[in-house]
Design a protein around this ligand. Structure first.
Ligand code: HOZ
Length: 437
């Protein structure tokens, strides 16, 4: 794999970007801060591959942070978008397309009886929290350490993703009173959950959880944990919100709720349902959703909500991933990759652990064989991740530039891409062994 390691155009663009965009990026996780080097500026994508502005090609395991489950520039997605472009890009009024997507979501996730489309995962979680408070008449919410639900005030407390990467899991600018309304619990800790509910259960409007935590890398739920969360919320009359922005239509066709057989009261969605265009959604029991304006008193709105282009892309993606065998194949791809990485790391004598749920995965430089807690995540060797990331980048493999982000495969990743990735990893592990251990 030839690779131009200079990234000269990216470097020049980053200099210009820093002059007019805070930190030179429109979302902090893109910045590589603290890792050294510049963010890579991309020009195009095709299947599992992306090309930067300097002409280097990479195999992409970020997939735009999850949406691109079919890979870049999927022919059907492109064709549908071209057709829709001729018809118009926004009406600020109802369209048939948004009805079709809403019907499809309700059909694929039966816990969602009614759904509202928004423009991002953040909007979805923010709205779901307001709705839960409006429905229950309670104010407290519960989230889990290392989980990230977008940059919503009340949820940016001990948050994962970029907040954790940048060392700011508790953002400034959030009123202390708002933060006080949020209880934070350790993920996968049944005792802590039971204790909190026994003390304050009647004040809790909702528990919001990533059913597979994807913002402290990738931490699957322990067996029975989500069932306990369901039972305890039901017992105390608190709503259970599954944040499936990342896991929805990604870990299984019906999301994590299908995989773990749990019926949440509300679900938040994003990423895959927009096929790479900006979209989000929140939905759930009709009785709750009917609290929303114009039917009920909880206000929520958006100029571009249900945008025809985003909905068009989302419909094609849902159609493609509904084809028989799609998730079996996606899961197999991720498993082959992870088994290969694990055995290469083992052969190099590097402490390394992987996690996987469907097409979503995590890699940790860690001595723990099963990662299930935030504490274990924080004990992983981040100083090995950084040179690994850069070595893989130089070898033409684009990983998320943070030790705390999940990775994704797409249906466009085939055996050629996996083989190339594994040979890049073999070289990278050798470099780590030589220089860092
Ligand atoms: N929510 C995405 C994954 N953690 C990251 C998107 C971003 O912060 O740019």
């Amino acid at each position: 794999m030839t690779h131009n390691s200079e990234l000269a155009k990216s470097a020049r663009l980053f200099t210009r970007a820093q002059a007019c965009i805070p930190g030179g990026v429109n979302s902090p996780v893109r910045a590589f801060r603290g890792v050294g080097g510049n963010p890579v500026f991309f020009a195009s994508g095709d299947g599992a591959w992306i090309t930067d502005v300097d002409g280097n090609r990479y195999i992409d395991y970020v997939g735009a942070w999850g949406p691109l489950i079919l890979g870049h520039s999927h022919p059907r997605v492109k064709a549908a978008l071209h057709s829709q472009l001729d018809l118009g890009t926004a009406f600020g009024a109802p369209t048939e397309l948004e009805v079709l997507l809403a019907e499809r979501i309700c059909q694929l996730m039966p816990a969602i009886e009614s759904v509202r489309l928004v423009n991002s995962g953040t909007e979805a979680t923010m709205s779901a929290i307001r709705l839960a408070r409006g429905f229950t008449g309670r104010e407290k919410i519960v989230k889990f350490e290392g989980c990230y639900h977008g940059h919503v005030d009340s949820l940016l407390v001990k948050a994962g993703s970029g907040a954790l990467t940048m060392g700011t899991p508790d953002s400034s600018g959030i009123p202390a009173e708002t933060a006080r309304q949020t209880f934070v619990l350790p993920y996968n800790d049944a005792d802590a959950l039971e204790k909190l509910f026994s003390e304050s259960g009647n004040d809790i409007a909702a528990v919001i959880i990533e059913p597979v935590a994807g913002n402290m890398n990738c931490v699957p739920p322990l067996p029975g944990y989500l069932q306990l969360v369901r039972e305890i919320t039901e017992k105390y009359g608190a709503l259970l919100i599954f944040d499936e922005v990342m896991t929805g239509f990604r870990v299984a066709l019906g999301g994590a709720q299908q995989l773990f057989n749990i019926k949440p009261d509300l679900t938040t969605l994003g990423k895959v349902i927009g096929g790479g265009l900006p979209v989000g959604a929140f939905g759930g029991r009709k009785a709750i959703m009917d609290m929303l304006s114009p039917v009920g008193p909880v206000y929520q709105a958006g100029t571009l909500s249900g945008n025809p282009l985003a909905v068009t892309a989302g419909m094609v993606v849902l159609d493609e991933i509904s084809k028989p065998g799609f998730f079996e194949s996606l899961t197999r791809t991720a498993t082959t990759l992870l088994q290969g990485l694990q055995s290469l790391a083992d052969n190099s004598g590097i402490e390394f652990t992987t996690t996987q749920v469907g097409g979503m995965f995590g890699c940790y430089f860690s001595k723990f064989k099963n990662i299930s807690t935030f504490e274990q995540v924080m004990q992983s060797n981040v100083s090995l991740f950084k040179p690994y990331f850069h070595s893989m980048l130089a070898e033409g493999i684009y990983l998320a530039p943070s030790a705390f982000e999940a990775g994704f495969v797409s249906s466009a990743h085939g055996s050629k891409e996996i083989d190339l990735t594994l040979s890049a990893a073999e070289k990278s592990f050798a470099v780590l062994k030589k220089n860092h251990q």
